[in-house]
Design a protein around this ligand. Structure first.
Ligand code: ADP
Length: 316
């Protein structure tokens, strides 16, 4: 590591970043990134959140050197990926979405090969330390094909760490992963973060991003539509819906003070409110005062789609 004074302010920086995929036999042409400006501060635990197809993997893969951008600038750890591709690639470790490993290598061999690929001299390799850290040391000589799905995923994390990158990117790391593995994976990633590694996590789960990340950028249709400290973004999204099923289906939604009411197709009343402003009890009092007898109720949290609607409409 270099001395503190020469450390970059941003782990990852994109300026007007664009990617248009050409049409192929498999897929039509697509502008996946439409001029992204994004600066990920060094030392952050950063969430890149967006629905499937938003452009998250494309964005990440440009920095990993796996996708060639078609416009704009990108740098990793202060190294421009065009001018200093080797340094840029050396500063980032990417844990890919898909498990795509040679089944006939062992974890030990996989790490040695990966280290060779990055030009890490034999004397500086940390195969044992890394395999121990991800709990695979006792499986070091087993064929990858005999490992469980969870072990394979941990091996992917291990592979991303062989060159000790200051920036670690995890692309949808918990898709199809069980709860226990998720927990141990996050415990380890948190530890890396505490050691100073900048973590970038892509996910389409708001909950996951909100639990782990200090800053969240939301990307949709190839554009960044918000980038804020997690708390701030959540405050903006503090909208809940209370659904009231009345004894008798309603034919019109009554106007209630301080909330938005809409009539659902089944005659239920949906009440939109901010949890910071109102309690459920206060809403129920208003509903009862409007002469509605309540049979049942449910609350709905905003999902990612609602989040986009809220953010795009508030930006307009
Ligand atoms: P995300 O990671 O957010 O799910 P992606 O970056 O994988 O999104 O994809 C963004 C868009 O680009 C999607 O519409 C996807 O279908 C398209 N896309 C991704 N890879 C290719 C490719 N190789 N050729 C054409 N289109 C692609």
């Amino acid at each position: 590591m270099r001395a503190d004074t020469s450390l970059p302010a941003f782990a990852i920086e994109a300026r007007g970043l664009e990617k248009t995929y050409k049409a192929s036999a498999r897929l039509p042409a697509k502008q996946a990134l439409k001029g992204i400006d994004l600066a990920i501060p060094r030392g952050s635990f950063f969430g890149l959140l967006g629905p499937n197809g938003a452009g998250k993997s494309t964005f990440i893969n440009i920095f990993a050197g796996l996708v060639v951008k078609t416009g704009g600038q990108a740098s990793v750890w202060g190294f421009d990926i065009d001018k200093s591709p080797r340094e840029a690639r050396g500063a980032i470790g990417v844990v890919p979405q898909e498990i795509n490993m040679d089944p006939f290598f062992t974890p030990s061999e996989s790490l040695e090969l990966q280290a060779g690929y990055y030009g890490v001299p034999k004397s500086e390799r940390r195969t044992k330390e890394i395999l121990e850290a991800v709990g695979l040391w006792d499986k070091r000589d087993a064929y990858v094909r005999t490992l469980s799905g969870g072990m394979k995923r941990r091996l992917l994390v291990a592979k991303a760490l062989v060159h000790t990158p200051p920036v670690l990117v995890l692309d949808e790391p918990t898709a199809g992963v069980d709860v226990e593995l998720r927990r141990s994976l996050w415990a380890y990633v948190r530890e890396l973060h505490a050691q100073g590694v900048t973590i970038v996590l892509t996910t389409h789960y708001l909950e996951e991003a909100q639990e782990l990340c200090d800053t969240i950028a939301i990307i949709n249709h190839g554009q960044v539509i918000a980038c804020e400290p997690t708390e701030q973004i959540l405050r903006r999204l503090d909208r809940k819906t209370l659904v009231i099923h009345p004894q008798h289906p309603l034919t019109a939604a009554p106007a209630l003070e301080g909330v938005e009411t809409t009539l659902r197709k089944d005659g239920a009343l949906a009440v939109g409110y901010r949890a910071a402003d109102l309690t459920v009890e206060a809403i129920l009092e208003r509903v009862k005062a409007a002469g509605i007898a309540i049979r049942d109720l449910a609350t709905e949290e905003p999902d990612l789609e609602d989040v986009f609607v809220a953010l795009t409409s508030s930006a307009a």
